[in-house]
Design a protein around this ligand. Structure first.
Ligand code: 7PJ
Length: 281
């Protein structure tokens, strides 16, 4: 499996012979895990440069907080946060940029400004999002979420979480294919922490290999998330580095293709070791 990014020229591609790192750039003033530290453009560029040097192969730019209970922002507000930064990254690097948004308008503007991939926690369920993605012909990550960010952690309910998440992703893959999205452009994600209890998250993680037969690259985002805080009793996100690395390593061992992380350098070292063991005789 391989991902091809049409923009910017020259064509960029990522082979999935080993897992790759997507570095997170949060541009929300209320983002929980870096406290809005990277709101200013210059800081954002310094952080991106560091992540690239540390081994990130994709930069995921987001201007809308999806933390439980976060309030919604308008498309204009979201664009004003992400577009100038996407343009600025493009001036210094041709690294694939992913736009983390659920809004069709933001997807459109971001890709027009140099983003090369769409990352949608809402799995392209907004009006026009599937059609737009087909037209733009860029890779897209579709993620499972039960409910909506504001209320999703109130009462997550499943009979069989693995089966239900898998069925949802299967249905969304079908919708994407019917709308003309290229099969090679679809990435799937079980959506850790999105409408899931600790038990649900752990069960999904344990059965990560079950998602392989959907035939799409698998993205895993667990970096600094509350499941780590719950198991390790670390209420503060800046105490979750060790836990994040442990889960990233396990995900890589279980054949995840893309790891969405805050701590690129530490993750890259863990992945190198994981890969060395995998390749041993
Ligand atoms: C995810 C994401 C995730 C994908 C966020 C956070 C919350 N996109 N965007 N998967 N999480 N594809 O980083 O804690 O798990 S925002």
């Amino acid at each position: 499996m391989k991902l091809t990014f049409p923009s910017p020229p020259p064509l960029q591609s990522i082979e999935f012979d080993k897992p790759c790192i997507m570095g997170i750039l949060n541009l929300t003033p209320d983002s929980f895990s870096d406290g809005g530290l990277f709101v200013k453009k210059d800081n954002a560029l310094i952080h991106v440069t560091q992540m690239i040097n540390d081994g990130a192969q994709i930069i995921d730019v987001g201007g809308e907080s999806t933390r439980p209970g976060a309030k919604e922002v308008s498309a204009d507000e979201e664009c004003s946060r992400v577009i100038p930064v996407i343009e600025a990254i493009r001036e210094i690097s041709n690294i694939p940029i992913s736009i983390d948004t659920s809004k069709t308008e933001v997807m459109h503007q971001a890709v027009s400004s140099g983003a090369s991939m769409i990352n949608d926690v809402n799995a392209l369920r907004a009006d026009g999002a599937v059609e737009l993605t087909a037209k733009l012909n860029v890779p897209v990550c579709i993620m499972h979420m039960q409910g909506q960010p504001r209320t999703m952690q109130h009462t997550p309910t499943y009979v069989d979480v693995v089966k239900e998440v898998k069925n949802f992703l299967k249905e969304r893959i079908d919708v994407c294919l019917k709308a003309g999205i290229n099969q090679n452009n679809i990435i799937i994600d079980p959506g850790f922490g999105f409408g899931k209890t600790l038990e649900h998250n752990l069960s999904l993680f344990k059965h990560l290999e079950d998602f392989e037969n959907l035939g799409c690259p698998l993205l895993v985002g667990v970096s600094r998330k509350s499941m780590i805080g719950a198991v390790l009793d670390k209420p503060s996100v800046d105490e979750r580095l060790n836990g994040s690395i442990a889960l990233a390593t396990l995900a890589a061992w279980k054949n995840a293709n893309i790891l969405r992380v805050h701590d690129v350098k530490e993750t890259a070292e863990a992945l190198k070791l994981c890969q060395a063991v995998k390749e041993a005789k």
